[in-house]
Design a protein around this ligand. Structure first.
Ligand SMILES: Nc1ncnc2c1ncn2[C@@H]1O[C@H](COP(=O)(O)OP(=O)(O)OP(=O)(O)O)[C@@H](O)[C@H]1O
Length: 237
């Protein structure tokens, strides 16, 4: 099976702080993996490295075959990142924001307009299409962030604590979208502190602790969530 994320001997050092220590990871196409781990383990740093927001100290990351350091633009087109940061422009309308991001991802013309209409509908934002984002409620901004993440139909979804910032309505929109046929085939890597939700959604479970994977297994190895919690919670401290 094709690997859509391939990480080799990846290390990241901030100053004198070694945050990620020679990580290896392969994600197969369509896999839904969740990374758990204590505060400061390096989870967000790992997602930032995959999404080209920061660069490795050592090692390599390939996204759908593109080296994130050598071909960051091509790698970025493959990725949708949903995190606490909305990356939206307050002075632009919902549509203008999506146009901006769509163009950045190389989508143009009629195709872009169709994608924008469709994702605004999916996220329940049609009535807000031409309104400035600075006037949006927090929930509306969250919905638009989801739209921005999914607009270019990324093959890889990187989800950094996606539920932390989402209200129940936006959570539902998000879950329905990632379970939809369009995104079922995309590879998903989620970072979460919510063990139960992460366990339920994913097929593969990873635990990162002090910059190293201390567990890498599949959900089927456990009889259920309680079993997972019992066997793995000691690794999360
Ligand atoms: N830009 C940066 N400059 C310096 N240190 C950083 C930077 N970004 C992260 N760090 C440090 O790297 C370590 C790992 O941070 P990271 O945010 O990746 O952890 P995390 O596992 O996502 O934690 P949490 O669960 O608390 O979000 C921390 O010690 C943090 O202070």
């Amino acid at each position: 099976m094709e690997n859509t994320v391939s990480i080799r001997k990846l290390s990241k050092v901030f100053g004198k702080n070694p945050v990620l220590k020679s990580l290896d990871l392969d994600l197969e196409k369509g896999e839904f993996a969740v990374i758990f781990g204590p505060n400061g383990a390096g989870k967000t740093t790992l997602l930032k490295l995959i999404s080209t927001l920061t660069t490795p100290t050592e090692g390599s990351v390939f996204v759908s075959g593109f080296n994130v350091v050598e071909e960051p633009e091509k790698a970025r087109r493959e990725i949708g990142l949903l995190s606490h940061e909305s990356y939206l422009y307050g002075e632009l309308s919902a549509k203008e924001n999506l146009r901006f991001f769509g163009q950045m991802y190389g989508i143009k013309g009629q195709k872009l307009e169709e994608r924008i209409s469709s994702i605004l509908e999916d996220t329940g934002l049609v009535a807000k299409t031409d309104e400035r984002v600075s006037t949006f409620s927090r929930g509306m901004k969250q919905r638009l962030s989801i739209a921005r993440t999914l607009l270019h139909r990324p093959s890889i979804l990187l989800l950094d604590e996606p539920y932390t910032g989402l209200d129940p309505g936006a959570s539902l929109v998000f879950e329905n979208l990632i379970k939809s046929p369009e995104f079922q085939k995309s590879t998903k890597l989620m970072v979460s502190h919510d063990l139960e939700r992460g366990f339920k959604l994913s097929s593969r479970l990873l635990i990162l602790n002090k910059g190293k994977f201390v567990y890498d297994g599949i959900k089927k190895d456990f009889s259920g969530y309680e079993d997972f919690k019992e066997k793995c919670s000691s690794m999360l401290a």
